[in-house]
Ligand binder design. Structure first.
Ligand SMILES: [Zn+2]
Length: 288
């Protein structure tokens, strides 16, 4: 499964995909659109999902089965990156060609013993290193997008398409409307400050009231060293909100909990005892 650093920075995405990937009847969407500023993280997430889908071992981060090894070495036959330069005939291209899309379609005619994963993105060589970039109308033109439409509508079994973008509107609406969208926040630069907040809400939204004291104590300790903790919590919840706009139950809960955090901040500004504030905050979030 995902590595710890990744889990800490992206608790929602990693928990969501882990629960789907470990369920008996994998209900993974056939068409997934990631959007956000950090395309490298999106790429890493897609590759990791591809690895877990195809692993022949225990799915752990250091699994050494042939499938995991192939994926790490980028030579798995059924995990394919589709970018303008990932095409053996011409590596100087700047657009994903219709020919590439036709190749995808042709490959789908054959059955596969593997889970087929297509990661569609832009890419450039920067300092001799391959780097993924987001799709847009210049590198993924309407012609190529349209050529793919029917395929993502009638995707064969055990096949998933990932589209990597900075914004949902960077691909044709006919593609984005058929995809399950996930906002991938850009935590990389501030991962330290976010990880301390993530820690305060471990297992969210399922905080157990048995651990009320632990949660509350952690929050009080944090508050002693960081008066901006309320703002950080709000920004963390805001990120979760963006990532879960399609989930009505969770969305409502997150909004309600953001209100409790704001209330706690007001209490703190009035000079109320941190222990009291913290306990009340967690009791509210736990629904007590
Ligand atoms: Zn493996």
């Amino acid at each position: 499964m995902f590595d710890n650093e990744f889990r800490k920075s992206y608790p929602f995405l990693t928990q969501y995909f882990e629960s789907i990937l470990t369920s008996e009847n994998k209900t993974l969407s056939h068409c997934i659109l990631f959007y956000g500023q950090n395309i490298e993280v999106q790429y890493k997430l897609a590759v990791e999902i591809a690895r877990i889908l195809n692993c022949k071992g225990n799915k752990s981060i250091d699994c050494d089965c042939f499938s995991c090894r192939w994926i790490r070495e980028n030579k798995h036959p059924s995990v394919v990156t589709v970018s303008p330069i990932d095409f053996k005939e011409d590596s100087s291209k700047t657009v994903i060609s219709v020919k590439q899309i036709q190749n995808i379609k042709a490959s789908l005619v054959n059955t596969s013993e593997y889970y087929r994963v297509f990661i569609i993105c832009d890419a450039k060589i920067v300092n001799d290193e391959w780097k993924p970039y987001g799709l847009n109308f210049d590198n993924f033109k309407a012609e190529a997008s349209n050529a793919l439409l029917k395929t993502i509508e009638e995707t064969p079994q055990n096949t998933v398409f990932f589209f990597l973008t900075r914004d949902k509107t960077d691909v044709l609406a006919t593609i984005s409307s058929r995809a399950q969208g996930f906002f991938v926040p850009n935590y990389e630069r501030k991962s330290e400050s976010i990880s301390e907040v993530v820690n305060l809400f471990e297992n969210y939204p399922n905080l157990s009231s048995q651990n009320l004291f632990d949660y509350s104590q952690k929050f009080v300790d944090q508050l002693k060293v960081d008066e901006n903790i309320f703002e950080k919590c709000l920004s963390y919840f805001n990120q979760m909100l963006k990532a879960n706009l399609d989930n009505n139950v969770l969305k409502t809960k997150i909004i309600k909990d953001m209100f409790y955090i704001e209330k706690a901040k007001k209490m703190f500004d009035k000079g109320i005892n941190p222990q009291t504030i913290s306990e009340e905050l967690y009791l509210s979030i736990m629904g007590k």
